[in-house]
Ligand binder design. Sequence first.
Ligand code: ATP
Ligand code: MG
Length: 295
Amino acid sequence: MSDLFDSPIARQLTELNAKKKKLKTQSAPRPTRTRILTVSNQKGGVGKTTTSVNLAAALAVLGQRVLVIDLDPQGNASTALSIDHRGDIAGTYEALIESVPLGELIQQSPDFPTLWCCPATLDLAGAEIELVNMESREYRLRTSIRDYLAAEEAAGDRYDYVFIDCPPSLGLLTINAFAAADEVLIPIQCEYYALEGLSQLLDTVQQMRQHLNPRLEVSTILLTMFDKRTNLAREVRAEVVGHFPEQTLDAVIPRSVRISEAPSYGKTVLSYDPEGIGAVAYKEAAMEIAKRGEE
Ligand SMILES: Nc1ncnc2c1ncn2[C@@H]1O[C@H](COP(=O)(O)OP(=O)(O)OP(=O)(O)O)[C@@H](O)[C@H]1O
Ligand SMILES: [Mg+2]
């Protein structure tokens, strides 16, 4: 019997319950002004979209008003949030290229009443090229978001957070996100090549600060797909914390089947498996982000 209580599963459950208890005792402060975060990493498949939608949902669960801008032609964030993004739906493309106000494009999440999303359709793939010859091509998303936020605030409906889910590249779409945001959130997958390409990303952010957006800062690094049983994951974590002690969140997102299954049901893990380790980890990360914003 004592073996049962000392098994890895029992330990995991005890740990999960302790985390849930701790979360219950905390509350997320509203930021004093809307925080605009771009979730970026030119590496593909590191968890940008998963992090955008699940953090957004976790903050909505914690009582915050949140907007997700799907800036990836793949439209994965729209899918995960069950937001219609078929070919004839207007979305981020129309905001960028045709200056359609965001207020006419966003849709409310069916699962979370304080979560909204501007969908992406495949049209957005063409925007990368169409933007090249447009006036203020780097600032089009910034103008669109600022105009919308100002209108909402004037109407007494201030957003607390905007998350921009970027495609895996450093092209004009991502540059628009860097120009629009105040903060960069970099998800890092706990794999062997985790830090490869990171210096290029940081160089780009530095250039953006110099030329387009002096306010931009890498505020948050989140380790994703963490498997605590492997030495590699622990080594990657130690290395990232060594380089970015201030920015790296204590919360890490474990590798979890539930997290990867949720989008196929049009769900975030917060609605698909609200009591599981994935949802709890994203809530912990959301709480930390909210509290850090206070400092
Ligand atoms: N914590 C996790 N546990 C298990 N699977 C995960 C986790 N996070 C993400 N995944 C899975 O890994 C894959 C890549 O994740 P995601 O789509 O979020 O990455 P991305 O950086 O947005 O990719 P892209 O560069 O294509 O936009 C997806 O299949 C997703 O379901
Ligand atoms: Mg993605």
